[in-house]
Design a protein around this ligand. Structure first.
Ligand SMILES: Nc1ncnc2c1ncn2[C@@H]1O[C@H](COP(=O)(O)OP(=O)(O)OP(=O)(O)O)[C@@H](O)[C@H]1O
Ligand SMILES: [Mg+2]
Length: 319
């Protein structure tokens, strides 16, 4: 395969623990999807999903970390390079894909909403993404709104479960949410961080701050918040065995079967590992180009040359 000339490039470039094996959880559709777009809503970022969620080891480590933060009512810091899957894992943990639309839309109720109430009762978690211009006032408004809406939903769920009169549930103190996850935490200014710390002190609740590597250093400039951080969790890229698992799916999307005992396939996988270093987002971007290279050149096998050609069309920074 190495003697064959490299395939032609696509014309325009695109800018860009148990169990041990990863599993694919829920498969909405293998085609790229855009989840609920609440762009009109403050405090929420539009998220692009590129296929089914894969429950990796890192995801499981994240869930253990978040469980511990919740249990100990500490502040936890989760950091890792861009594109490794921090946001997706946090949203998954909070079941946010399931509940976001109802919480933000807050429209007329339907029978199917019972499943959302149940998901909220199980997760008891808020996932929040501040805007780049987030003020303490906006933070306050958004969080109050989310917390009170979740309380209402969970009260409805409990009422349906026990069939107690509504008045009894109305007396239940609304302290349902016991974990707040703030994504893109670098966006928070000093006043917003102070505000968050104050909220954290007033309510028995864990707080997870998600950011890029180095967020720990920038937060150390806020000693009062910093001294409350009980756990730091480094979110790592895909390990080799998991990358192979993810690549199996990319191969099959292209109508091919990945065989790691085949020399050509093994070389191609090694090339993907070298280029992406297990970065989820980069793997996806690379395979968008691989598909184009394959199509343009009418190829039926993914070789390391195909991977290198696809890579040459991408802008890749440090991963
Ligand atoms: N567990 C997963 N299963 C399937 N795809 C995933 C998973 N995690 C990440 N991805 C893919 O990687 C992309 C990037 O993930 P995500 O946005 O969660 O990264 P991030 O670490 O939050 O990056 P950033 O620091 O830039 O916000 C997703 O859009 C998705 O295509
Ligand atoms: Mg993110």
């Amino acid at each position: 395969m190495t003697n064959t000339p490299p395939p032609a490039q696509a014309s325009d470039s695109q800018q860009g623990e148990p169990p041990e094996t990863p599993t694919v959880e829920a498969a909405p559709a293998d085609t790229p999807t855009v989840m609920y777009d609440p762009s009109a809503e403050p405090g929420v970022a539009r998220i692009r999903r590129t296929g089914p969620f894969i429950a990796t080891k890192e995801y499981r480590r994240f869930t253990e970390f978040a469980d511990a933060v919740r249990r100990e009512t500490f502040i936890g810091l989760c950091y890792g390079p861009a594109g490794v899957g921090k946001t997706l894992s946090a949203r998954r943990y909070a079941r946010w894909d399931k509940v976001e639309e109802l919480l933000l839309g807050w429209g007329r109720r339907q029978d199917s909403d019972a499943a959302v109430y149940a998901a909220l009762a199980r997760s008891r978690t808020v996932f929040y993404t501040p805007t780049t211009t987030c003020t303490p006032r906006q933070l306050d408004h958004d969080l109050d709104q989310l917390l009170s809406r979740i309380d209402i939903c969970v009260a409805q769920h409990r009422q349906a479960q026990t069939a107690l009169p509504r008045s009894i549930h109305a007396q239940t103190p609304p302290t349902v949410v016991d974990l707040l996850i703030v994504d893109e935490a670098e966006r928070l200014t000093q006043p917003s961080l102070d505000h968050l710390r104050d909220r954290f002190d007033r309510r028995a609740m864990g707080l997870v701050l998600i950011g890029m590597p180095g967020i720990d250093r920038s937060l150390s400039r806020h000693p009062q918040l910093y001294s409350r951080i009980g756990f730091a969790h480094q979110y790592r890229p895909l390990a080799d065995d998991e990358l192979a698992f993810v690549l199996t799916r990319h191969w099959s999307k292209l109508g091919l079967t990945l065989d790691l005992t085949d020399f050509t396939d093994a070389q191609a996988v090694a090339a993907v590992g070298r280029i992406t270093r297990g970065n989820f987002r980069l793997v996806h971007r690379l395979f968008t180009q691989v598909a184009r290279v394959m199509k343009i050149n009418n190829l039926a096998v993914i070789t390391s040359d195909v991977i290198e050609t696809a890579r040459s069309t991408l802008v890749i920074g440090d991963t």
